[in-house]
Design a protein around this ligand. Structure first.
Ligand code: ZN
Length: 351
C-alpha cells in the first residue's frame, strides 16, 4: 500500500475531541494514541501530513442523536440556537490552547505561510493550519479577529450551519438543494472584506447558497470549500452544485473532498458501508467540473462517520491505492494529496 505522497487535508475536528476528552490534560492522548481518527502514531503509520485543524464550539445537541437522524432515508435537522460571544470565546481559547500545546510538545507545527507547510512536510512532521469553524467568537469590531490572526489564525468559516452575527448557514437536509434561507448579514460582508485584508482564508463549506454567492461577489480571493462534495452525485444540502463548482473554478479556488458518508452516498444516509469507489465518483465529478488543480481532500476526521475502510489516518494508504487503481497518474495524485492545497494557500495568503 502506498504511503506517499503525504496527505494534507482541508478539515479535521481532533481539537474538539481533545477538548471533550479533558483539554490540555488530553494532549498526551494525541502523542501516545487515542480512540479516534487522528493521533501521532496513526499519522506516522498512514503518512498524514496534517491540514486544517478546526476550532469549533459545539452546540448542546447530542451528536449520536444527529447521526441517528441522518441515517434515515430523508431528514431535515433543525439548526441549533445561536451561541453568544461570551459563551463561544472561552471554548475557542481552550481549543486553540490545545493546538499550541501540541506544537510545544513537538506533535505538530502551526503553519502561518505555505512555505511553513512545505518545510514542515519535508521534515516529515504534521503541518497544522489554525482554522475556526463558525465565527461566534469574533466580535463586530473584529478586535478578536485581529488578535487571533496575530496568534496564527489563517482560516475562518463565517458559520458552522447555525446562524451567527455574520450569516446564515446551511441546515443538514436530504434530499435538498443548498439554496435555503438568507446569506450573509451586513456584518458578514464586512467580515469578507476584513478577512481579505488580513489574508485569512474564508471557508464556504457550511454556507447556504445565498451566502456562497455573497462571498463570491465580495471577495477578491480564490473561493474555497474545505470539506464539501458534489451535489450532482449526492443531493445533500451540504454539497456543491455544478454552478457553484464553476464559480470556484473561475476564481482559482478549490474543494476538499469530505469523507463524511452522508455527503458521499447517493442516498444521503450516515451509514459507514461506503465503498471507496463512491469517493472516486465524487473525485471524477469534481475534477471534471473544477479541473485537476482545484480538488483535494477535506476528511472531516474526528467529526463525522467515515467509510468503514478509512476509519483513521492510518488507513490513508488504502485511499492512495484506490486513487492508483482508479487510473489517476502520479502527478494528479500528488495534486490531490497536497499540492493543490499548497497552491491555493499560497495564492490566498500571498506568500
Ligand atoms: Zn464542518
Amino acid at each position: 500500500m502506498p504511503t506517499r505522497p503525504l496527505i494534507f487535508d482541508g478539515h479535521n475536528d481532533v481539537l474538539l475531541q481533545l477538548h471533550r476528552a479533558g483539554g490540555l490534560a488530553a494532549t498526551d492522548l494525541f502523542l501516545s494514541g487515542r480512540d479516534g481518527a487522528i493521533d501521532a502514531p496513526r499519522a506516522a503509520q498512514g503518512d498524514f501530513g496534517g491540514g486544517f485543524f478546526a476550532v469549533y464550539v459545539p452546540s448542546p445537541v447530542d451528536l449520536e442523536f444527529k447521526f441517528e437522524e441522518m441515517a434515515k432515508p430523508s431528514y431535515d435537522l433543525p439548526l441549533p440556537d445561536p451561541i453568544d460571544w461570551e459563551d463561544a470565546f472561552p471554548v475557542v481559547m481552550a481549543q486553540a490552547a490545545i493546538l499550541f500545546d501540541l506544537e510545544k510538545r513537538g506533535a505538530l507545527t502551526v503553519c502561518r505561510t505555505a512555505a511553513d507547510i512545505r518545510t514542515t512536510l519535508a521534515a516529515n512532521k504534521i503541518a497544522a493550519i489554525f482554522h475556526i469553524e463558525g465565527a461566534e467568537a469574533i466580535d463586530a469590531e473584529f478586535h478578536t479577529l485581529d488578535v487571533l490572526h496575530q496568534a496564527g489564525l489563517r482560516s475562518l468559516g463565517p458559520v458552522w450551519s447555525r446562524p451567527t452575527l455574520f450569516g446564515h448557514g446551511v441546515p443538514f437536509r436530504y434530499p435538498s438543494t443548498p439554496d435555503i434561507g438568507p446569506g450573509l448579514t451586513d456584518h458578514g460582508l464586512r467580515l469578507v472584506k476584513k478577512c481579505d485584508d488580513l489574508n485569512i482564508l474564508l471557508d464556504l463549506s457550511h454556507l447556504n447558497e445565498a451566502g456562497f454567492w455573497d462571498v463570491a461577489r465580495h471577495s477578491t480571493k480564490p473561493l474555497v470549500a474545505t470539506h464539501s462534495n458534489a451535489h450532482a452525485i449526492c443531493p445533500h444540502s451540504r454539497n456543491l452544485t455544478d454552478k457553484q463548482l464553476s464559480a470556484i473554478r473561475e476564481s482559482g479556488g478549490m474543494v476538499g473532498l469530505n469523507f463524511a458518508v452522508a455527503f458521499l452516498r447517493q442516498d444521503g444516509r450516515m451509514l459507514a458501508d461506503v465503498p471507496l469507489s463512491q469517493m472516486m465518483a465524487h473525485l471524477d465529478h469534481l475534477i471534471e467540473h473544477l479541473g485537476e488543480d482545484h480538488v483535494g481532500f477535506g476528511s472531516d476526521y474526528d467529526g463525522a462517520i467515515v467509510p468503514e475502510d478509512l476509519t483513521s489516518v492510518a488507513d490513508l494508504p488504502k485511499l492512495r491505492h484506490a486513487l492508483e487503481q482508479h487510473g489517476y497518474d502520479s502527478a494528479l495524485i500528488s495534486k490531490l494529496c497536497h499540492e493543490n492545497w499548497l497552491r491555493v494557500l499560497e495564492k490566498t495568503w500571498g506568500e
